[in-house]
Write a protein that binds this ligand. Structure first.
Ligand SMILES: Nc1ncnc2c1ncn2[C@@H]1O[C@H](COP(=O)(O)OP(=O)(O)OP(=O)(O)O)[C@@H](O)[C@H]1O
Ligand SMILES: [Mg+2]
Length: 336
């Protein structure tokens, strides 16, 4: 029987794993909970459940930071467990395709390859693909034949802005703005305006609810701790305060998209103008971001139907359709 194949998008917040045998994408929090410094306590969504609530002897962390692997050992453990779960506990030889960011060092890129090689997942073959190329495929763009595609992926720690042409990357910039910064901005604003301390999960829930709250013309009801009395309280936070707190980060994204556009070779501009910008990544759904990018650049913005899984959907295409195989590559000199 042919080997199974997995396509992995290691996000800072969510790990997405496409499994060819099941033709399904697993999405789990890229988080690990370690008890007493060395015992695995929980991983994925169940580790995230405990985050901000666990006792001192349980350390919960994200092994990725700003889109690159910060904690190799824990990242290997997570990959090993997720893959083993997908294989129902009995690891069989498989092929792996892993998406990597472009605007990082060669060492950081290679670390993704090494991770799969060293994670004890019986990798028979490891291929790499640039994240933005996979994103383009996942967004149903004819990446190989287009001469100029602008993809903006707003993730958790980072936003990756890339220009693709003929199946490759022409320009790419990874900036340190994403959903986590949006959450922090909301927390800071609530603290300043309402003297209220809220948790990260609460801030994230407010961010995610923004569109709905605006449609229903109401504020966000949050629970937190009053700084003055120290007691838990409930408050309603007006939507416009939340929006105002995000402006600065939206501006940073728009400014960086403009910088990339300014550097784009003019021959590619026609396709970009015709297609508009492709916007994806979980945090791209944040209220008013898409319209700010459209206003700021004068370009149409195409909104992803699968913002969290667009990279993984692209990996699935590469795995399933031979026609796309050429966008993936092996890292020289690293094969076993
Ligand atoms: N409906 C929503 N509205 C706004 N933000 C959302 C929504 N759903 C998810 N998010 C945010 O999307 C982010 C996660 O997105 P994603 O999975 O694309 O990131 P990632 O790939 O893990 O991170 P990175 O690409 O930076 O490594 C989180 O910050 C989350 O709060
Ligand atoms: Mg991502």
């Amino acid at each position: 029987m042919a080997n199974n194949a997995f396509g992995i998008d290691l996000g800072t917040n969510n790990i997405k794993i496409y499994n060819r045998n099941e033709d399904h994408i697993l999405v789990e929090k890229n988080m690990i909970a370690i008890e007493n410094k060395n015992t695995l306590f929980a991983y994925g969504d169940s580790a995230f459940e405990m985050y901000e609530k666990a006792p001192g002897n349980i350390h919960i962390s994200y092994p990725l930071s700003n889109g690159v692997i910060a904690d190799i050992k824990n990242m290997e453990t997570l990959v090993k467990y997720f893959i083993s779960d997908l294989q129902k506990g009995s690891p069989k030889p498989a092929e792996f395709l892993i998406a990597v960011p472009t605007d990082v060092t060669e060492v950081e890129k290679r670390a993704f390859y090494d991770l799969i090689r060293d994670a004890n997942v019986k990798a028979r073959k490891i291929m790499v693909v640039e994240k933005a190329v996979a994103d383009g495929l996942g967004l149903e763009i004819d990446v190989k034949n287009s001469q100029g595609v602008l993809v903006v992926n707003v993730g958790y720690d980072t936003t990756e802005i890339s220009i693709l042409s003929l199946g490759g990357i022409v320009l790419s910039r990874l900036i340190k703005v994403g959903g986590a910064k949006f959450d922090d901005a909301i927390r800071t604003a609530v603290r300043k305006e309402f003297s209220l301390v809220i948790g990260g999960k609460t801030a994230e829930a407010v961010k995610i609810a923004l569109n709905e709250l605006e449609a229903e013309n109401r504020g966000a009801v949050v629970y937190g701790r009053d700084i003055v009395t120290g007691l838990p309280v409930e408050r309603e936070i007006p939507g416009n305060l939340v929006h105002a707190s995000l402006e600065e980060h939206f501006d940073t994204i728009v400014d960086n998209v403009k910088v990339i556009l300014e550097r784009t070779p003019p021959e590619l501009a026609a396709d970009i103008y015709r297609h508009g910008i492709y916007l994806t990544g979980g945090a791209s759904q944040t209220g008013h971001l898409a319209e700010r990018i459209a206003q700021g650049t004068g370009l149409r913005v195409n909104i992803s139907e699968n913002p969290i899984t667009s990279v993984a959907l692209g990996l699935a295409k590469i795995i399933k359709e031979d026609n796309y195989r050429s966008v993936a590559y092996a890292i020289e000199g690293m094969s076993k």
